[in-house]
Design a protein around this ligand. Structure first.
Ligand SMILES: N[C@@H](CCC(=O)N[C@@H](CS)C(=O)NCC(=O)O)C(=O)O
Length: 213
């Protein structure tokens, strides 16, 4: 069986590749693993049959025929454990790549998502402007440190790795915002990721799906 990936039936971004299946598609393309997709509507995502795969009623999930996974961190680690090329063989380099992989998920993504979520949930409150200043500062602090850590390097750990798939897809949530645009090195890093053929194949596949709907 080819791995089966669940994705949005209709992506809220219309195929801009911000949904989290994009990071899974990219990893699968990097290792040359073909896959199938199953689309789920927002209603189906909350039904027991999908919650058996994803307890929070979200996408993506990956079923391989042997195992079933949810959480993109776990999915990407599984792909890296089954295929060569996404994590370095050398212990020290591998430890570094894993650290950056989790930093993308646990240190960089949360303040970005928190800021984005405030825009959906409390935009009409009188104190939204003040809150946004605080949320912007939290994001900027992380971006400054990330930019310093990346200085002089193309990829987080010397060579391209799983950490870059996670970090680039996380940073893409800020595309078009002055928060990221003021960090030229981070924009260049994102563009390096996006110019990889595997990224482009992954992007085109999800874009074609939503364009057709
Ligand atoms: N931590 C989860 C987050 C999954 C997630 O937030 N998925 C979004 C799509 S990108 C979703 O399904 N949103 C709809 C919802 O939460 O109802 C992961 O990395 O897999």
């Amino acid at each position: 069986m080819r791995p089966l990936l669940t994705v949005f039936e209709k992506s809220p971004d219309g195929g801009q590749g911000h949904a989290r299946d994009m990071r899974v598609r990219w990893a699968l393309e990097e290792v040359g693993q073909d896959y199938d997709i199953r689309t789920v509507s927002f209603q189906e995502m909350k039904e027991p049959s999908h919650r058996r795969l994803q307890p929070f009623g979200q996408i993506p999930t990956l079923e391989t025929g042997t195992v079933s996974l949810f959480e993109t961190g776990a999915i990407l680690l599984h792909i890296a454990s089954e295929h060569a090329g996404l994590l370095p063989e050398d212990d020290r380099a591998r430890a570094k790549a894993l650290s950056w992989f989790f930093a993308a998920l646990n240190t960089i993504e949360p303040p970005i998502v928190e800021r984005e979520a405030a825009g959906y949930t409390v935009r009409d409150r009188p104190w939204f402007g003040e809150l946004l200043v605080l949320l912007d500062e939290k994001v900027d602090l992380r971006l400054r440190d990330l930019s310093d850590a990346l200085a002089g390097r193309d990829w987080l750990c010397g060579h391209f790795s799983l950490a870059d798939i996670m970090m680039v897809t996380v940073l893409r949530r800020l595309e078009g915002s002055s928060l990221i645009e003021k960090h030229a090195s981070l924009c260049a890093y994102m563009e390096r990721g996006k110019s990889r053929p595997a990224y482009q194949r992954a992007f085109d596949a999800q874009h074609a799906l939503y364009r057709a709907r």
